[in-house]
Design a protein around this ligand. Structure first.
Ligand code: BDR
Ligand code: CA
Length: 348
């Protein structure tokens, strides 16, 4: 601020104080309500995706223009049912569109061992009254972005198959996406599908590479953000279970993943990466640090299949895989210890 502006600011502040003290302060001008951001959520709806949909549906920061579903944790039809149910639980009538039923290599992946065969803990939770829309997910993404250039944010919670298809079908329109938020990659830590690969990328590394190379603004939330203090403990999930219908629904859907974690690394707590990524989208105070990087996805078969390497800005590497083209912002620190409480408060 220039010096004269500071002096003027101080004078105005003193005048306002004086008027307030005399009880004659001018009424402050009404502030226009902040406009809601417009998002499309792309999801392979398992329990953690469903909890993220609920978080977004309960937020006054965003309008969910639509939810596009695909194969991933579960098959396409189940993914749609789970998304419809989660939205209904949260009182949202956002439409659901069917996308990819297999990945770019023609394979149908799943995570039944983690989330159950219905993706929602096999707890008989899924009875949606609505059905998916007629329009295809890729058409919906392209039509919506074309109608509102520069305004629509994509939040990707599953493999990148739908997004890559949209980029390949109409790259020009996809350049008008405001930003893509991607829950995917191992970040700067270990993977879960392999020691170096994360499930969403592993589900379709070719699609993830297309997305990274698209030139669209991308923020990545990796697996490393969801571990440690960010994990939901048994005691926290019990609190969630007692927090009304939504809390009960989310807690019940996490039954299978709790069993899975009990024999796979961290008994007593589980990761919920999708809702954490959604929290980064909705609440900038949750994100402490991001790093500009060049993200490079390994698509060749072998032990490093589906690993995403992050070349960080400011480092001089001996291996130069890019020309300083930093195609992503990688979230490198979040307010992990407050994650569960923020979630609970937001969905109550
Ligand atoms: C990601 O993989 C899926 O199983 C979860 O829904 C989440 O999107 C975590 O690696
Ligand atoms: Ca997911």
């Amino acid at each position: 601020m220039k010096r004269q502006h500071r002096i003027l600011g101080a004078l105005l502040a003193s005048a306002a104080l004086l008027l307030t003290a005399c009880g004659t302060a001018a009424p402050s001008a009404p502030t226009a309500p902040a406009e809601r951001r417009k998002i499309i959520i792309d999801t392979d709806t398992g329990a953690d995706d469903a909890s993220a949909l609920i978080l977004a549906a309960k937020s006054d920061q965003v309008d969910i223009l639509g939810v596009t579903v695909l194969v991933g944790n579960v098959g396409l039809e189940q993914s749609a049912k789970n998304a419809l149910m989660a939205l209904e639980m949260a009182g949202s009538d956002a439409p659901v569109y069917l996308g990819a039923s297999e990945n770019s290599s023609g394979e149908a992946i799943d995570a039944f061992s983690v989330f159950g065969t219905d993706g929602m803990g096999d707890a008989d939770l899924i009875h949606p009254t609505g059905t998916a829309a007629e329009e295809d997910a890729i058409d919906f993404i392209l039509d919506t972005v074309a109608a509102d250039p520069g305004e629509v944010e994509l939040v990707a919670l599953g493999p990148a198959t739908n997004i890559a298809k949209a980029i390949e079908r109409d790259p020009e329109t996809m350049q008008k996406v405001k930003t893509i938020w991607s829950m995917g990659t191992a970040g700067l830590g270990p993977g879960n599908a392999s020691p170096v690969a994360e499930f969403n990328v592993y589900g379709d590394p070719g699609a993830y590479a297309v997305m990274l190379d698209s030139g669209i603004d991308i923020t990545v939330v990796g697996l490393d953000m969801c571990g440690g203090e960010a994990q939901w403990t048994d005691a926290q999930i019990e609190r969630l279970e007692k927090a009304g219908d939504i809390g009960h629904f989310v807690a019940a859907s996490f039954g299978k993943i709790r069993e899975f974690y009990a024999v796979n690394g961290s008994a007593g707590s589980v990761m919920n990466c999708d809702a954490l990524a959604m929290m980064c989208v909705l609440d900038p105070t949750f994100v402490r640090e991001t790093i500009r990087c060049h993200g490079s996805c390994i698509t060749e078969p072998g032990e490093t299949y589906a690993q995403v390497l992050f070349y960080q800005e400011g480092f001089t590497y001996d291996v130069a895989a890019n020309d300083g083209d930093h195609n992503v912002s990688l979230v490198s620190e979040v307010e992990k210890s407050s994650y569960f409480d923020r979630y609970l408060a937001a969905v109550k």
